[in-house]
Design a binder for this molecule. Structure first.
Ligand SMILES: [Zn+2]
Length: 498
């Protein structure tokens, strides 16, 4: 009997291995062949103009910032706009322009076929400030737009003027060649992305909605062409955000009678003690973690680019999902792809060493995975805290997670094709954006939002993002222009073939 069972188990194991190997071997290895020839692009010219664009310190500030700072930025935005007009006359001539929230620019390049829904290309003009005290750490001053060592240096080079300039360079070049798109292309250049986009892209989205406009698809910032950013992957990987997480912050407030610290209640009954217990309970009840949706699609798309053993795992998530999940949960960056995250960010309570506070408060920020909702998170936290005397209240500024855009549709296909042609050897993968982008304002107008800029980034570059020595290479600017040229041309080819 035992022999029979073992034989049966053995056969099952052999079958399992056969299926695993079969699935691994049928995954084609990454196609490293170069595709079409690059368009004749003036990379130096594009880089020089990016340098000029970086000299406008278009910093966005929160409400209530120093009036002097706000005025300086307003002048920078106005200067940038005039510079755009002077630098890209064909683009200015071929498009109509509207201004929202004083400095956000919406350009409309009218297509030949008015029956087609427009495509929206986004970038933002605003940049984050230089962290005080770090100005001197820059190899070239942050608003110099210096071109040196083969790079354009300055705040905004990556985030997000590099992509903005590349888009406009591409349109300018196409217009001069006599190109006119079949489908209307909208360009939205926000001025307040880094502070929420409430006056810029949100206002555009509202206006477009009022005009009854639907968008074919939208492309914003998000993923990049990553080099050596993923374990075991030696080829460049273009990450295209197909969804983004939401955000909710909860106020957690515990109360007690207070009194003198010489005659306290048991620690667990003080406001601070109760709050500590509540926070511990929240932390002990993580949200569902699973390799599914965009993250699963990402791993499956990476399979061709990883070594054999890793490929066997990635190609067989039906079996190895728990293994992959376990490994990913070990890294905060990877774990954020799997679940709603829990981050206590503020704690307050008490103001004198010998007085028991009557109230202690914490704020916990949750980044909402597309499978969860803000309402569900409040309910989950209340259940975890399990104490009716502790208040759990959402703060303003709730953002639900986005829907997941289809990787089967035209938008994703065109973007990946333009990547394939211009960045040979790069594989494109979908992924879940853990931060927020301005594209979320357009979610009511389309089901297809993609978040990607054609900028190279390696491990050495990630700290430059919002940090010191932000830069983009001159060669990369040429590639980025070529990418947008091909994207617009291929969009057109698809529309003509319709
Ligand atoms: Zn940005």
């Amino acid at each position: 009997m035992l022999k029979k069972i073992l034989a049966g188990a053995g056969a099952a194991l052999v079958l399992l291995i056969a299926v695993v190997l079969g699935r691994t071997l049928t995954i084609p290895a990454a196609d490293l062949a170069a595709a079409g020839a690059p368009a004749s692009i003036d990379a130096e010219g594009a880089a020089a103009r990016l340098g000029e664009a970086l000299r406008f310190p278009t910093i966005s500030y929160q409400r209530g910032a120093e009036p002097g700072d706000v005025a300086r930025s307003a002048a920078a935005f106005t200067g940038f706009r005039s510079w755009m007009d002077a630098t890209y006359p064909a683009f200015r001539e071929a498009t109509s322009r509207e201004i929202f929230g004083e400095h956000t620019l919406l350009y409309r390049w009218e297509g030949a076929d008015a029956s087609l829904d427009p495509v929206l290309l986004m970038s933002h003009i605003d940049v984050v400030p230089i962290a005080p005290g770090t100005e001197g750490d820059w190899e070239y001053p942050p608003f110099s737009g210096a071109i040196a060592e083969g790079y354009v240096w300055g705040r905004g080079a990556i985030d997000n003027k590099g992509s903005l300039i590349a888009m406009v360079e591409a349109a300018e070049l196409l217009i001069k060649r006599g190109f006119r798109p079949q489908r209307t292309i909208l360009f939205a250049f926000g001025h307040d992305e880094e502070v929420g986009g409430g006056e810029g892209n949100k206002a555009i989205a509202t206006a477009l909605q009022e005009r009854g406009i639907r968008l074919h698809w939208v492309k914003d910032e998000g993923g990049v062409i990553g080099h050596g950013l993923l374990p075991g992957v030696s080829v460049p990987v273009a990450t295209i955000g197909v969804a983004e997480k939401g955000s909710i912050s909860l106020d957690i407030i515990a109360y007690s009678k207070g009194g003198h610290s010489s005659m306290p209640s048991p620690a667990a009954q003080t406001a601070i003690g109760k709050l500590a217990i509540a926070l511990e309970r929240i932390g002990d009840r993580p949200f569902t973690s699973r390799v599914d949706g965009a993250t699963r699609n990402m791993i499956e798309a990476l399979a061709p680019a990883v070594p054999f053993m890793q490929r066997a795992v990635y190609a067989n998530l039906w079996l190895f999902e728990p293994v992959v999940r376990n490994v990913m949960e070990g890294s905060p960056t990877a774990a954020a792809q799997l679940q709603t995250t829990i981050a206590p960010t503020i704690i307050e309570g008490g103001n004198k060493e010998n007085v028991l506070p009557q109230q202690a408060r914490a704020v916990v920020n949750f980044r909402i995975h597309p499978r969860d909702t803000a309402e569900g998170i409040v309910a989950h936290v209340k259940r975890a805290v399990d104490d009716p005397e502790i208040d759990v209240e959402p703060l303003a500024g709730i953002r639900e997670a986005s829907a997941v855009s289809s990787i089967e549709g035209e938008g994703y296909r065109l973007i990946t094709q333009a990547i394939g042609e211009n960045f040979p050897g790069t594989i494109s993968v979908p992924y879940l954006v853990v931060g927020g982008t301005d594209s979320r304002h357009y979610l009511p107008l389309t089901d297809n939002v993609f978040r990607f800029i054609p900028i190279h980034m390696g491990p050495d570059d990630t700290p430059r993002f919002h940090g010191t020595n932000e830069r983009v290479s001159v060669a990369n600017m040429g590639e980025a222009v070529a990418f947008y040229v091909r994207l617009m041309e291929m969009m057109d080819e698809a529309d003509r073939a319709r």
